[in-house]
Write a protein that binds this ligand. Structure first.
Ligand SMILES: [Zn+2]
Length: 78
C-alpha cells in the first residue's frame, strides 16, 4: 500500500513544478514584451529576430555596438 504522505509529497512537488513553469513563462513573456520595436537611440526598427533572441532588447545592432565601445554612451543608456 502506498503511503499517503508519499502521495501528498508527490502532489506538492507536481504543484510546485507547475507553478515554477508558469512563473518562468510569465517572466519570459514580460521580458519579450519589454523589448522595443524601435531602437531607443536611433529609432530605427529592431528586427523581430533580434527582439526574439535578446530578451528586453532596446537597441539595434549598430547602436548596441556604439554603446559597447563608447563609455559616454554606455553611461547614458545603461
Ligand atoms: Zn539604433
Amino acid at each position: 500500500m502506498t503511503d499517503p504522505l508519499d502521495i501528498a509529497s508527490e502532489v506538492e512537488e507536481a504543484h510546485r513544478a507547475a507553478a515554477l513553469q508558469v512563473a518562468l513563462a510569465n517572466a519570459r513573456r514580460q521580458l519579450h514584451d519589454n523589448a522595443s520595436e524601435l531602437c531607443v537611440m536611433c529609432e530605427d526598427p529592431i528586427p523581430a529576430l533580434r527582439r526574439a533572441a535578446i530578451a528586453g532588447c532596446r537597441f539595434c545592432i549598430d547602436c548596441q555596438r556604439r554603446i559597447e565601445t563608447n563609455p559616454e554612451l554606455r553611461r547614458r543608456y545603461a
